[in-house]
Design a protein around this ligand. Structure first.
Ligand code: NAD
Ligand code: IMJ
Length: 271
């Protein structure tokens, strides 16, 4: 990697592009979360942000991170499988923000036992859980956000992974869930385009987060990814965040229903 590239990644790009704009970020667990990198990028461009946290276990961690951003960041508990909690988030946001210009979806979950072995062994229960948390939640959150997003127009970005379209060993039911998520991106984009709401996906290359660390062989996978990728390296979480920033900003005003790959070029390779 050139020195120039390193400097660009370490020195945050700041602007007033999102000044006066408000957004909700769903999926921060800790400082390594992709959602937190997205939040930092959005904040660097002047956005005001609200966050949800999955449960009391994560409240402190999210509150501590949110407190490092300029301005006030409202926080709401939200297990995305609970309609009542989703409803309360947007009731609160209606009061606090009045309108919303973007929504970040960075949530995924499958049972550990379903991220190992054969996809053919996935239980009905495991399938339902994975698709409920990782796919349906985009539809539920986008619907709840619609009244606030349509006021001034808005943009929704969902994090996804190559396992949706290619077989990645052990990704299993999560691959099925990401395929549903990416399809939902297209259908939601169709539904909401007339309301000036865009919906897109960011497909990230592997990043060392909580959701990736537990995976057996993740470190050797990172190594393999680096060797195959045209850029000869893995992606930095800041690069993924900048792709989300682009999709959430007016710079991408003509783009909806797309999935953009931020993966150091890995996906284009055939051998
Ligand atoms: P992470 O563990 O930091 O984030 C996952 C988040 O999902 C956590 O904040 C967790 O609280 C939340 N979550 C899980 N179940 C939930 C529920 N029922 N209700 C509310 N929230 C729930 O890991 P991450 O890698 O930052 O993952 C964020 C997104 O990025 C996910 O959609 C993941 O699939 C995607 N992604 C990750 C990678 C990677 O290599 N890390 C690559 C591509 C895409
Ligand atoms: C996850 C599983 C298997 C292979 C994987 C991953 N590869 C990558 C990931 C190659 C990059 C990370 N990823 C893209 C995810 O979407 C992870 C989702 C996830 C992770 C866990 C771990 C802990 C747990 N349940 C999970 N559910 C979803 O119990």
């Amino acid at each position: 990697m050139s020195e120039l590239q390193t400097a660009a990644e370490k020195t945050p790009f700041k602007s007033d592009l999102l000044k006066g704009k408000k957004g909700l970020v769903v999926g921060v667990a800790n400082k390594r979360s992709i959602a937190w990198a997205v939040a930092r990028a959005l904040s660097n461009h002047g956005a005001q942000l609200a966050f949800t946290y999955q449960g009391d276990r994560l409240k402190e961690s999210v509150a501590e991170l949110a407190a490092t951003l300029p301005g006030k960041s409202p926080l709401y508990p939200c297990d995305v499988t609970q309609d009542e909690e989703i409803k309360k988030v947007f009731a609160g946001l209606g009061e606090e923000f009045g309108s919303l210009q973007f929504l970040v979806h960075a949530v995924a979950f499958a049972k550990k036992e379903d991220l190992d072995g054969r996809t053919v062994d996935t239980s009905r229960d495991g399938f339902q859980l994975a698709l409920n948390v990782s796919s349906y939640s985009l539809i539920a959150l986008t619907k709840a956000a619609e009244p606030l997003l349509e006021k001034e127009g808005g943009s929704v970005a969902a994090l996804t992974y190559l396992g949706s379209e290619k077989v990645i060993p052990n990704y299993n039911v999560m691959g099925v869930a990401k395929a549903a998520l990416e399809s939902a991106v297209r259908y939601l984009a169709y539904d909401l385009g007339k309301k000036r709401i865009r919906v897109n996906g960011v497909s990230a290359g592997p990043v060392n987060t909580l959701a990736a660390r537990g995976i057996s062989g993740f470190t050797s996978m990172l190594e393999g990814h680096r060797h195959r990728a045209p850029l000869g390296r893995n992606v930095e979480v800041e690069e993924v965040a900048n792709t989300a920033f682009f999709l959430l900003s007016p710079l991408s005003s003509g783009i909806t229903g797309e999935v953009i790959y931020c993966d150091a070029g890995y996906r284009i390779m055939g051998a």
